[in-house]
Ligand binder design. Structure first.
Ligand code: DPP
Ligand code: ZN
Length: 855
């Protein structure tokens, strides 16, 4: 398979200002007739190339005349035509078999529906077309289908006409007035019920909103609808961006590769990001629905009105839109907790990517399969880049930069460089050196050393930075790193204001006058830059910050670092001062001024994977043992507190208020530590919570806690959960996932069993992720010294690849981290990667990931 390079970008040879599509829909056999008006772009005599993937033209016409076979040919699936004039009408007819489309790209069947997924390159599986995001076309879509099976027919834009046909068929026409790239094309046909609502925009236009689901799921759509209306209002208020069509529809489908898709006027969602009710959705699920509904809605401006020139610019829309949805969610709930969660996600997903064989810049230079680049680097690190720009500019100038970006590029396919330039021109800033963030992969490390001179009262902060080598980038230049710092007075626990330092050189010194005594350094406050900070702060200083820092993220971070230091000591076999951690947790738990949701974050031990990331060589067994022992100690020493919190925060009735959510979060943390304490009644208390809970947040947390141990309650709870939810796929996913996440010595064997369970299927991506995705994130279990975990995941990849290569490829990265896990495990992991590579006919999705992982 060919490697595509950013440097090879060329403007398209032909444009397609208009396209008319006619679909005769049927699950077994659909026909698609496409009429493209094409115009030559510039002076050249190159042929028209229409991408196709698995398509065979049944008919090709140019300006109405049927071509004979000698007048066209196929090249790597694409239809090649030589055209004499500068403008023509090209018509093709193809047949599709949606119900046999297990890749879930293009037109496919899911639970009786027909739906589409085109991003990134699925449209070429529907019809012949120049499938690249810089071709913007006006779409007219005519669909016909059997009315009984497919009473609802939806497409992008506005509905214009509908009617009855012969043989029980009916039809509908939808037009989208906004030119768009083909990756935003969508249609849905099926038996759907609608949660209908309306939104009046800032200029007084009324928009019809519809969330379309199976009839039985209607009661689970209220939260998504509220999130949609809140998003529309927020984008008007914060960015001045109004919705632009008369209808906005969302459809939920059960089988979906992504979380959701921002098709113009017709978002299609993985049902897990639409459906929520207290019985089946956790608070995290509710927040996921709110965040993803917002994300896809915000794409209407950051992605659809202004789209990407080519797929190397993916972060242009994704990084910016993640930044937007993060801020929206922060505004809907707690800024402090949202920031902590987002950093936790970045560290869990993006930092490992940045330090492994799949590391790539936010704007990559090359790819084999673009589906492999929907990564935490493009999305989450991309969002951090926008956040740094926003921080350096301040709110007003950032808004001016955004306004200029949207105005300047509305209706265009733009680049990351266009965005940066709009920020420079609109915000009044020089982002010259900052551009390196788009070019250089790898997480920068900043070393911070503080010295105090009592004679002069001067504090000197010496900062050094380095960016580690990554594949294809052995040497790096110093980056522009904005670091928020504050210097705390030890006696009063206060500081004189927080400063934004701009680190631009490899080594830089900053001085601060007027400190009679040595202060305590709070650095990278609010996680102002996505870097790793090494400092020589003592455990006492970290404990001080964990009790006094007024920046919630920095306060959380101090606590985390305190815990990491103790755990790394324990893992290294040193006697560690557990008491410092226990004291800091006690102090946090008893500080009544703190938000319980923040407390729950702050007292949480760093994950096993995060601890692994702190070490040069990862010993999963030692990490597990150390973390387990510390957890036990915290549980046992603070047992009365855990009991008290658990009893006290029991709610009277369910609410989704931030206060109620925070209480549940802290209560679940208390249950977790209480069980970890080894108290004899721990499992019984957990089982009681499991049985009594009127919501999934408490039920699943109790189940998860029980799943870690060995008890009669564990078996009973898993059984009850299964029987209660076996008919509800989204909730049954939790049953698989909870067992895959369990800290239990038998987890690896259980995965093998669950992979053969009658409810396990490879055709549903959510189910695959719930079992194998979760398992490969369970460091201790996945890295079982037998190598069985690696074998199970490799078996799954091999079995899934012919069915759904995109989802199969997503399971590869954990196997690629072999360099960090010692020679024995490395050998076992490489052997599994080679076993995959040896399979003939591997997809390019999996091939690219496995090849890079072996390097
Ligand atoms: N649907 C995916 C997202 O919204 C890809 N655009 O991020
Ligand atoms: Zn997106």
């Amino acid at each position: 398979p060919a490697v595509i390079r950013r440097s090879d970008y060329r403007a398209p040879d032909w444009l397609v200002p208009d396209i008319a599509l006619r679909f005769e829909l049927d699950a077994a056999l659909t026909t698609v007739r496409a009429t493209l008006s094409v115009t030559r772009n510039g002076q050249h005599d190159r042929p028209l190339r229409l991408d196709g993937d698995g398509l065979v033209p049944l008919e090709v016409r140019v300006d109405g005349r049927v071509l004979d076979q000698a007048e066209w040919h196929l090249e790597a699936g694409a239809l090649i035509l030589t055209l004499p004039n500068d403008a023509h009408q090209v018509e093709t007819l193809v047949e599709l078999a949606p119900e046999r489309n297990s890749k879930l790209m293009g037109l496919y069947a899911s639970g009786g529906l027909l739906c589409t997924q085109c991003e990134a390159e699925g449209f070429r599986r529907i019809t012949f077309f120049p499938d690249r995001p810089d071709i913007l076309s006006r779409y007219s879509v005519h669909m016909s289908a059997a009315k009984a099976r497919f009473p609802i027919l939806l497409a992008n834009g506005d509905p214009v006409e509908q009617g009855e046909g012969d043989n029980g068929r009916h039809w509908a026409v939808w037009n989208d007035p906004y030119p768009k790239p083909c990756y935003l094309f969508a249609l849905v046909a099926g038996d759907l019920a609608c949660n209908a609502d309306r939104f009046v925009t800032m200029s007084g236009r009324e928009v019809q909103l519809g969330i379309w689901v199976k009839e039985a799921d209607l009661p689970r759509t209220a939260h998504a609808m509220q999130a949609l209306k809140n998003s529309m209002a927020w984008d008007e208020r914060v960015y001045g961006r109004e919705y632009d069509l008369d209808v906005f529809n969302i459809v939920a489908v059960a089988d979906f590769n992504f979380g959701a898709m921002e098709n113009k006027g017709l978002n299609i969602f993985n049902s897990r990001y639409i459906l929520a009710d207290p019985d089946t959705a956790t608070d995290i699920d509710y927040d996921g629905v709110e965040g993803v509904v917002a994300h896809e809605y915000f794409h209407n401006w950051s992605g659809n009105r202004v789209t990407c020139r080519d797929w190397f610019q993916l972060s242009l829309k994704e990084g910016f839109t993640v930044f937007r949805d993060q801020n929206f969610s922060a505004d809907m709930g707690s800024h402090a907790v949202k920031r902590i969660e987002d950093v936790r996600i970045l560290r869990a997903g993006q930092f490992p990517e940045d330090s492994g064989p799949l590391a790539h810049p936010v704007r990559p230079e090359s790819y084999m399969e673009i589906s492999n680049f929907y990564t935490a680097t493009i999305y989450n690190k991309g969002a951090e880049l926008i956040r740094m720009i926003a921080l350096m500019l301040g709110p007003e100038r950032f808004r001016a930069g955004c306004d200029l970006y949207f105005d300047r590029h509305d209706g265009q396919a733009a680049t990351c460089e266009d965005f940066v330039r709009a920020m420079e021109d609109g915000g009044g800033i020089d982002l010259g050196q900052f551009r390196l963030w788009y070019e250089q992969a790898g997480t920068p490390r900043v070393r911070a050393l503080m010295a105090h001179d009592p004679a002069s009262g001067t504090v000197e902060l010496a900062l050094t930075q380095s960016v580690p080598p990554t594949p294809g980038q052995p040497e790096k230049q110093p980056m522009a790193i904005p670091l928020r710092v504050a210097l705390f007075d030890r006696a009063t626990g206060t500081h004189h204001g927080d400063e934004l330092l701009k680190l631009t050189q490899a080594e830089q010194r900053f001085t601060f006058p007027d400190f009679a005594a040595a202060p305590v350094l709070s650095i990278n406050r609010d996680f102002s830059a996505p870097v790793i900070v090494d400092s020589d702060r003592s455990q006492a200083d970290l404990a001080f910050l964990s009790a006094h820092d007024d920046d919630p993220f920095a306060r959380y971070e101090a606590m985390q670092q305190l815990m990491v230091n103790v755990l790394v000591g324990r893992i290294g076999g040193q006697s560690a001062d557990d008491a410092a951690v226990v004291d800091a947790i006690r102090h946090t738990l008893t500080d009544s001024t703190l938000d319980p949701a923040f407390v729950a974050e702050a007292i949480r031990l760093p994950s096993e994977a995060y601890l692994g990331d702190q070490m040069h060589m990862v010993d999963p067994d030692a990490i597990h043992a150390a973390r387990d022992a510390l957890q036990h100690r915290i549980g046992a020493e603070l047992e009365p507190l855990w009991r008290d919190i658990h009893a006290r925060l029991r709610a009277n009735g369910f609410s989704l208020s931030p206060a109620a959510k925070g209480a549940r979060k802290l209560r679940n943390a208390a249950l977790h530590y209480l069980v970890a304490s080894g108290a004899a009644d721990g499992p019984a208390i957990a089982f009681d919570q499991f049985s009594q809970a009127d919501n999934m947040t408490e039920r699943q947390a109790a189940l998860g806690t029980l799943a870690n141990g060995e008890s009669a309650e564990r078996i009973a709870a898993l059984d009850i959960f299964y029987n209660r939810y076996r008919a509800d796929p989204l909730t049954l996913d939790k049953w698989f996932q909870t067992q895959a996440f369990a800290f239990h010595p038998g987890t690896v064997d259980l995965i093998e069993e669950l992979g053969r369970h009658k409810d396990f299927t490879l055709t549903n991506p959510n189910r695959v992720r719930a079992l194998y995705g979760a398992f490969s994130g369970n460091q201790w279990a996945f890295h079982h010294r037998s190598g069985k975990g690696y074998r199970l995941v490799a078996d799954c990849i091999l079995a899934l690849d012919p069915i759904n290569p995109q989802t199969a490829a997503r399971l590869v990265p954990p196997l690629g981290r072999w360099k960090r896990f010692g020679p024995e495990r490395a050998g076992l992991m490489q052997a599994e990667l080679r076993r995959i590579l040896d399979r003939p006919g591997l997809s390019k999705d999996v091939l690219e990931q496995v090849r890079k992982s072996l390097d």
